[in-house]
Ligand binder design. Sequence first.
Ligand code: PRX
Length: 656
Amino acid sequence: MSQPTIESILHEGRVFNPPAAFSQQAYIKSLEEYQQLFDRAKANPTKFWEDLATKELHWFEKWHTVLDWQPPFAKWFDGGKINISYNCLDRHLTTWRKNKAALIWEGEPGDSRTLTYAQLHREVCQFANVLKHLGVQKGDVVGIYMPMIPEAAIAMLACARIGAAHTVVFGGFSAEALRDRLIDGKATAVITADGGWRKDAIVPLKDQVDKALADGVVPTVKNVLVVERTKQGVHMESGRDHWWHELQKQASADCPAEPMNSEDLLFVLYTSGSTGKPKGVVHTTGGYNLYTHMTTKWVFDIQDTDVYWCTADVGWITGHSYIVYGPLSNGATTLMYEGAPRASNPGCFWDVIEKYGVTVFYTAPTAIRAFIKMGEEHPNARDLSSLRLLGTVGEPINPEAWMWYHRVIGGERCPIVDTWWQTETGGHMITSLPGAVPTKPGSATFPFPGILADVVDLDGNSVGTNEGGYLVVRHPWPGMMRTVFGDDDRFRRTYWEHIAPVDGQYLYFAGDGARRDEDGYFWIMGRVDDVINVSGHRLGTMEIESALVSHPAVAEAAVVGKPDELKGEEIVAFVTLEGTAAPNDDLVKALKQHVVGEIGALARPAEIRFSDALPKTRSGKIMRRLLRNLASGQEVSGDTSTLEDRSVLDKLREGS
Ligand code: PRX
């Protein structure tokens, strides 16, 4: 198994039509219907989104302008007043959904909880009051560093309810990484837990928060709220730290949702790019609410009878958009699972599906590949007949993994939606609609209605059929990021100037390569920048390099991705050492641990290779392309004439 290559994709001739029974009950029932929607949206995007915003969401006050586009800055539904927590909760309480399960939660050790819409609303209102009493105000940023427990969703919705923005930091990030994000976001409070369960062990989240806040380096943080989850005993700083359950039980359940401007900040989510520190991707309220609502509705074909499960962590955009906001805005039942697939319990995902009768299941190719390796006897031993739709996200899915998913998990009856999107896009961009679009294993198929995606060359011209190029979007959409937190200039440079604007036409450049086949299907070819995708997690090579060079033994470091069967890519670091340091196994271990401490376990290099020098151009730029070749054991290909010192390459080759 490997990442898709041009050859494997070109030879992929299998086409799977949506099952007739699925199409009959789906929102979008045929390719013609999809095409009509797409054409209507393309002809008049603002009217398309305006009609949906009117029909699908509750607004306290209507907008005065649907789209205000001052490239590259967009405002959607400006002047409109809305609250996403109201749309996710309150509006369902006046319907029969009041007592429907909103959130089903399964803990890793086997404990579980179900919250109806009425119960979830009550918890959110109480916690919103807790935040208010601690002085958290509209416009504040609140850090959330939590395990996968209901309180994570409650915290997000409570922030949104009072108009505070959240910045969720994945629980696998280190104290250092958390600190950087709290400082950049100027967070005034942090919500965490004593610990969380991860692969049969406790992740000491509160200890990490204490480290992140040590020595007063994040002076903006005044309060820390702690959920009691693992009960292993933690330090509580007097005056700063508070137990969630103690404050929650005293709080009133009366907390009307704050009418927010459509363009008010909803959240900041940090993500890696090819340069500098991770950037804070800014999402605002109204457009994001509409976009996640519509994509959830049409891509997952969400019905009231569905039990929908997305296996992502709420620390990533997938968790934001497709565990919390999109499903709840639709009044769906969303399932949250604390555990991860692990050797000690290779059937855990299938047990959850059987136990709750999951109907729609959304996971990542890396997880599918891990399950293939664990053996199909595990899913085969469970009743998965409740499933009706499968989805994937996070990286290109190789056709073999797609076929296994289709056959073993989907019983050959479930359509698969392969959804291409990004933290920046807010929601699905290129994906099939399951009742309408025939699928080809490994292709994300077509753009969502209203998304004008294209594959272009550096001048912004569309490339020909089956020619590779840069994946771009030609028109703003409601779920798009608005800016980089505190850095408009970086936003412009990173996403809008790679393909130079021609005649005032700005193209959003996603950082991915793609091609379209003769049927117009999009095939995503992976990142074309210095971003690597390890198990669906996005990491900037420069971030890992900075972590390495902050170790006293390291003079210089260059990091590249190497294809890996399970993870998609693995991290390989080429390192040159300071004068006296000795290149031995202990140092390899120490450097790997150092990166874990600086960023988190997800960034641990698989390999560290020592070298006297790195291959550079005459202007001093490290030639990563050559290092990528070396890391994956390939012949060094392409032009090497710009290399300053050819002997470096020979030495590296000998050493590999
Ligand atoms: O390279 C693409 C890959 O993941 C990147 C976005 O990463 P992130 O912002 O962390 O969001 C992940 C979840 C949306 C993209 O630039 N990617 C995501 N989905 C797919 C994908 N590559 C191919 N096919 C996909 N379905």
